[in-house]
Design a protein around this ligand. Structure first.
Ligand code: ADP
Ligand code: ZN
Length: 436
């Protein structure tokens, strides 16, 4: 296979060269960080008064972690490292887990970010000849404008449709022969349950690829998307604090996401002790942004759980890979003492062929115990059969879940398209234990 590169020299650079770039950029970014009262305090306390005080990448470990709370406490401008007149754009996180946080970019920061997005798109094999429908929300959310400029830079035909309005999304796909989508996996799955009802058919569309990301999803959900739409789906990871998408992306081999190490220093730690873990061990992902001078963030605790893969990828890129994100540390459910991530439940149920494209996890109190209810959409033809078949299907889902997560769940079956669906990030879990 001919491997497409955007910036081959950097993408395939030997480790030593990547580390040289990292150290040099880290020194520069520390000088910027020292312009903020927040980092000035933090860094001088550990003996760092200028970038050159760090002489090897190992010295990074001297720097304390930065947390989302630090961002909130310094809202709105406490971590801004330049004057507002140099700032050309702000973005903000979607606030999935509380008060939003704000991120600043200079023109040069934006250009560097855009280049990473173009690099990521090229890595999937998409080209300037593709018709790109960007179904992520435009505005403060980084998924809209971020991908938009990266795709334009490549020269793709960009349809900046934004999120929502399923009928219109499908109409555009059909009218403009869209070949590449950027969308959350949950919304793309949901659209499939509406497709026929809205008068469309996958066979009449021209889709080839989808970039799916911005929320946790299982390998099984990816496979399901690929099968339902006859496309290749590429996992895309990023968070607004680290600019947004374009941070880690799958290449043509779809075998976990290359994190662009000339722009970020990735680490994985034990979330309880803060100890840095070796490659291959799962823990909390920590990232240092080396390219955003308006607002540097050093050793940021993402709360996302993953591990780093150092083995070379068949594509020849030397940048390590991030394994599929299991979930956020704060997504973990504790059900009768058992730890479980929503993505583990998804992995099990999506493997069952009768199961459709949406589900909801509900946790309640039943006396002293916790009760897990898994509501799944199934294909409508199942409701035409006998009630006995539905009972058997419930039993099958329950057994498979018990075998995997050791919890006995109550299963509810629903018609396609009837469970609440989001046009952006899905809310998969309703935990009403504290409310009862
Ligand atoms: P918020 O923190 O408000 O959700 P962001 O838009 O910055 O705002 O979301 C970034 C978060 O989304 C990541 O920290 C991660 O938890 C999740 N995320 C993004 N991409 C992926 C992905 N490909 N797989 C799993 N989770 C993802
Ligand atoms: Zn690769």
């Amino acid at each position: 296979m001919e491997i497409p590169y955007f910036y081959r020299e950097i993408e395939t650079a030997p480790r030593a060269q990547i580390e040289k770039i990292q150290l040099q950029r880290l020194q520069e970014i520390i000088d910027c960080a020292l312009q903020t009262p927040f980092y000035k305090r933090r860094l001088t306390k550990v003996g760092i008064n200028c970038g050159k005080d760090l002489t090897t990448l190992e010295d990074l470990k001297k720097i304390p972690f930065t947390t989302k709370d630090d961002l909130r406490q310094n809202f709105p401008t406490g971590m801004l490292a330049t004057s507002m007149s140099n700032v050309v754009r702000i973005h903000s996180s979607s606030g999935t887990t509380g008060v939003p946080t704000v991120i600043y970019f200079t023109a040069d920061d934006l250009e560097k970010w855009t280049n990473l997005i173009t690099r990521s798109i090229v890595a999937t094999g998409a080209t300037k000849d593709d018709i790109f429908q960007n179904m992520m929300t435009y505005g403060l959310f980084t998924g809209g404008l971020g991908l938009h400029y990266g795709a334009e830079k490549l020269g793709m035909t960009v349809i900046p449709i934004g999120g929502g309005n399923t009928a219109r999304q499908l109409q555009f796909m059909q009218d403009f022969k869209t070949t590449v989508l950027h969308v959350t996996p949950s919304y793309l799955l949901h659209i499939h349950s509406k497709l026929e009802e809205l008068g469309f058919s996958v066979d009449k569309l021209s889709l080839k690829k989808a970039f799916i990301g911005s929320e946790p999803h299982s390998e099984r959900a990816r496979k399901k998307i690929e099968e339902l739409y006859h496309i290749d789906a590429y996992n895309s990871y990023g968070l607004s604090e680290m600019n947004g998408p374009g941070m880690a992306f799958e290449c043509v081999y779809k075998d976990n996401m290359h994190i662009w190490e000339d722009a970020y220093i990735p680490e994985v730690i034990d979330p309880a002790t803060g100890e840095v873990l070796p490659d291959g061990q799962e823990g909390e992902f920590i990232a240092t942004n080396l390219i955003r001078k308006a607002m540097p963030l050093l050793r940021y605790r993402t709360r996302d759980l993953t591990h780093l893969i150092a083995e070379p990828c068949r594509c020849g890129r030397t940048h390590r890979r991030l394994s599929r994100i299991v979930g956020r540390t704060d997504d973990m459910l504790i059900i009768n003492g058992v730890n479980v991530f929503p993505s583990q439940i998804e992995e099990v149920i999506m493997k069952i062929p009768e199961v459709g494209t949406n589900y909801l996890i509900q946790v309640e109190k039943a006396g002293a115990l916790d009760k897990l209810i898994v509501k799944v959409e199934i294909y409508s033809k199942m409701f035409l059969g006998e009630a006995k078949q539905l009972d058997m299907l419930k039993g099958k889902i329950r057994d498979r879940l018990r075998a995997s997560i050791t919890i006995n769940a109550n299963i509810e079956l629903h018609e396609p398209g009837t469970l609440p669906a989001s046009e952006g990030k899905a809310k998969r879990v309703v935990d009403i234990r504290t409310e009862m």
